[in-house]
Design a protein. Structure first.
Lengths: 363, 105
């Protein structure tokens, strides 16, 4: 049954649609940040070219959830899936369910559209209306309301619970606080949990408390640095841990990480979610705890390595970042298994035994 | 046999083309005439013509993701596999296909 649903194929289709978007948007943000740009708050005022680049990149990142959701629904239900899929992704953005919410919405609405295509019978004269009006409207109403009112509720609860929890932790042990904040900021690579921690840190910044901001910046860089470090380890010790495709993704994720963009790790996490998430969260938590303990503060909310000189204690910040990244890297290196043998560069005619029992000819 | 097909992988820059080469190379060894259309991130390349599809005895779709234009193969015998089978074991694949075809007759 599960095999028939082809969950993996739909997710891979979404990733293949998403990759060019993430790379373009990430690099736009990186180039813009490097040249001194910031997100444009008000388009009525004058703005610079770097700010235009950063803003375009941020807008592009905002398209992530809709594109994932739309591509999954398209993969499941073909063209009628696209419009409702994009809408479900927008809902995920609006209610703060991010990239995971987009995936969930895409799958649900995709299968619903497929169901409608197969089972909804209309009179002959209305058949032309099916793909144009009936399917997009009915699926958007039914699954859209489900997203807003039912699937959204636990996410909002989680967000609320988290905020009050964080606030109550404030006075107690600094390390624990920093570890929780750091772990959260790294947990979903720029998703809703990260955004909650991020918002919290930004809020405290306005109150003149700079330490959580440093933890947030650190935790956004630990996943890409840690993954890159585990790759360096695997190269140095000649123990293969990543496929060719993952290596290419790591090479993109690292420079994005320098600019404090964690999203580059998503394609690597998507194929091995538990190991990557646990390792990244652990490294970021320890690094964040140390940063908090050492009282490192950052008056700037974003900018990656380039704003480290602006921090209250750049040296200790870098040390905490290094420790966190090394922990993530070593964990990944030890925990990840050697990938299945690749035959990409191999031109020999030797073939390994492979299970072909699923190969069926259909007409 | 006359074989046409499509290959497509997730990142659409490498495995798509390796799968194509492997299918063609192994196919020739078995005496098949093989034409593969690639659907990479750059878009469709080496698009199959109507005549090629009409003349084909079998369609091989080696893809990890959704491919476009499947409706062109209506009424044809179709084999759908992930790209790794085409890359790792193209000869075993052709043998298996022959066995399946013989079993059907």
């Amino acid at each position: 049954m599960l095999k028939k649903l082809q969950i993996k194929k739909h997710a891979l289709t979404a990733i293949s649609f998403m990759l060019p978007l993430v790379v373009a948007s990430g690099l736009l943000i990186a180039i813009g940040n490097l040249t001194g740009g910031t997100v444009i708050e008000n388009y009525q005022d004058a703005y610079s070219i770097p700010s235009a680049l950063v803003s375009l990149g941020v807008l592009g990142m905002g398209l992530l959830a809709p594109v994932i959701s739309g591509a999954i629904a398209y993969s499941i239900a073909d063209r009628p899936g696209i419009a409702p899929g994009l809408l479900m992704g927008l809902i995920a953005n609006a209610i703060g369910a991010g990239f995971l919410g987009g995936m969930l919405g895409g799958f649900i609405v995709g299968f619903f559209v497929l169901f409608l295509k197969k089972h909804l019978k209309v009179p002959k004269w209305a058949e032309g209306l099916m793909p144009m009006m009936i399917i997009p409207l009915v699926s958007s109403v039914v699954i859209g309301l489900l997203m807003f009112f039912i699937l959204g509720v636990p996410i909002v609860w989680a967000t609320d619970g988290l905020t009050s929890f964080l606030t109550s932790m404030q006075g107690s042990m600094k390390f624990v606080f920093g570890a929780i904040l750091g772990g959260m900021a790294a947990f979903d690579f720029g998703g809703p949990v990260n955004k909650t921690a991020s918002l919290f840190a930004d809020g405290l910044l306005l109150e003149g408390i700079y330490q959580p901001e440093a933890v947030k910046i650190l935790a956004s860089m630990v996943p890409p640095f840690g993954v890159a470090f585990s790759w360096v380890l695997s190269k140095a010790l000649r123990k293969k841990r990543y496929t060719k495709m993952e290596e290419d993704n790591i090479k993109i994720a690292f420079p994005m990480g320098v600019c404090m963009i964690t999203e580059g790790v998503i394609p690597i996490a998507a194929v091995d979610i538990i190991r990557v998430v646990v390792s990244c969260t652990t490294g970021a938590a320890i690094g964040g705890g140390l940063s908090m303990l050492w009282n490192v503060g950052s008056p700037v909310p974003s900018g990656g390595l380039f704003i480290v000189p602006a921090m209250t204690n750049p040296f200790l910040f870098l040390l905490a970042l290094l420790i966190g990244s090394v922990i993530t890297g070593v964990m990944l290196f030890l925990w990840k298994k050697e990938p299945a043998k690749e035959f990409t560069e191999d031109t020999s005619d030797d073939e390994e035994e492979i299970d072909l029992s699923d190969v069926k000819i259909t007409i | 046999m006359n074989i046409v097909g499509i290959s497509a992988c997730t990142s659409g820059i490498a495995h798509t083309y390796i799968a194509k080469e492997k299918l063609i190379k192994a196919g020739h060894e078995f005496g098949h005439k093989v034409r593969i259309e690639t659907q990479g991130t750059i878009g469709v390349e080496d698009e199959l013509t109507k005549e090629e599809i009409a003349a084909a005895d079998l369609v091989i779709i080696a893809a990890d993701i959704k491919v476009g234009g499947k409706e062109r193969f209506k009424g044809k015998k179709i084999v759908e596999i992930p790209t790794n089978i085409a890359i790792k074991a193209p000869k075993q694949l052709y043998k298996k296909i022959e066995a399946e075809l013989n079993a059907k007759q």
